[in-house]
Design a protein around this ligand. Structure first.
Ligand code: PLP
Length: 378
């Protein structure tokens, strides 16, 4: 079945016989047992709930995974994932990482005895030089946030397999519509479902998708034990959001491409980071492993004054954290998503006080351009 059809029909199982086109919201905490030692297949909603199950099976199919677990946020998913590791374990991660993952690793996971090295995963020799006997996993984001660096997933997966490491890929920015890390060799895929999968800036959600039954068994145990599961109503909102994933991704990408080109020509803009521009250093790798470039743009303006102007003057585009929804949002990484990343680490990556990040939505691109034009000034 084609991806677009799968987004709409998902797991195709009917959970009742009313003829309802839409999967019902099973708003229940628990389920009655038909007899002693018997189960309807559902016992308690932390373990499984039909609405959530439909969502999870849909995501597993979209990502070509064996199983998927739906969490109450992306960070809840990554926190549960870290429970797979033991004190002393070492993880190599992308150095241009989502700020929340960075905060988790260095403030919570470190306290639990895990150690991390952050490297530029676009350069595989860097990854190899950091592998040691305690290394258990490679954790990559591609493209990265906010610098839009691309890692060659298939190449890194060969290193991971030869050294017996888990390859974990945060696929939030591209979604399975544009990129399927498990098909490229990843073991675990992470999503902040809050972003493109939900797509409407109205629900928090997270996912872990696993490639095989052993990982499913280990993570399902952690999932039911730690309990940060997605509620039936939020699961239903995600099911609804995913139905339009393919069309949203196409149109948002098209808008982003036009905006990136327009920004590249603007006199107050020094540099534009958008993977879909042929001038982007990772354009070729990206074309090889993904079917699209997404709709996230970072851009550096010539002076810090302009940042304040833009953030205070944008009217249609809103100055807010998050991304991936139908509404366009602009963020200031140094003050928002990356405030907890030490300044020297930030600066080294180019995340400076002149950098802005734009999540391009579904508005008419002419209106977005007009808004940025008046906000940037002349
Ligand atoms: C937002 C985000 C997360 C965290 O997800 P939440 O749903 O906000 O908890 C993780 N990774 C990436 C790349 C994100 O953009």
């Amino acid at each position: 079945m084609d991806f677009k059809t799968l987004c709409i029909h998902g797991n195709e199982v009917k959970y009742d016989d009313t003829g309802s086109i839409i999967v019902p919201i099973f708003q229940t905490a628990t389920f009655a047992h038909p007899g002693v030692g018997q189960s309807t297949g559902y016992d308690y909603s932390r373990v499984q709930n039909p609405t959530r199950e439909h969502l999870e099976k849909t995501i597993a199919r979209l990502e070509s995974g064996f199983d998927a677990m739906a969490f109450s946020s992306g960070m809840a998913a990554i926190t549960a994932l870290m429970e797979m590791f033991s004190p002393g374990d070492h993880i190599i991660a992308s150095d241009d990482l989502y700020g929340g993952s960075h905060r988790l690793f260095y403030n919570i996971s470190a306290k639990n005895g895990l150690t991390f090295d952050l490297v530029n995963t676009s350069d595989v020799s860097q990854i190899e030089s950091y592998i040691r006997p305690q290394t258990k996993a490679l954790f990559i984001e591609t493209p990265t946030n906010p610098m839009m660096q691309v890692t060659d997933i298939a190449l890194v997966s060969r290193i991971a397999k030869s050294r017996n490491l888990l390859l974990i890929v945060d696929n939030t920015f591209l979604t399975p519509y544009f990129q399927k890390p498990i098909e490229l060799g990843a073991d675990i895929v992470i999503h902040s479902g809050t972003k493109y999968l939900g797509g409407h800036n109205d629900t928090l959600a997270g996912f872990l998708v696993v490639a095989n039954d052993q990982l499913a068994e280990r993570l399902r145990f952690i999932y039911k034990t730690t309990g940060a599961c997605l509620s039936p109503f939020d699961s239903w909102l995600l099911i609804r959001g995913i139905k339009t994933l393919a069309v949203r991704m196409e149109r948002q990408q098209e808008n982003a491409y036009q905006l990136a080109q327009w920004l590249s020509r603007h006199s107050k803009v020094k540099k534009v980071y958008f993977v879909g521009l042929a001038t982007h250093p990772d354009y070729e790798v990206s074309k090889r492993q993904s079917t699209g470039f997404g709709a996230m743009i970072s851009f550096e303006v010539r002076d810090e004054e302009t940042v304040k102007d833009v953030l205070e003057r944008v009217a249609l585009i809103q100055y807010a954290e998050s991304l991936g929804g139908v509404e366009s949002l602009i963020t200031y990484p140094v003050m928002q998503t990356h405030a907890d990343v030490p300044e020297e680490q930030r600066e080294a990556k180019g995340i400076n006080g002149r950098l802005l990040r734009l999540s391009v939505g579904l508005e008419a691109v002419e209106d977005l351009i007009a808004d940025l034009e008046q906000a940037l000034g002349v």
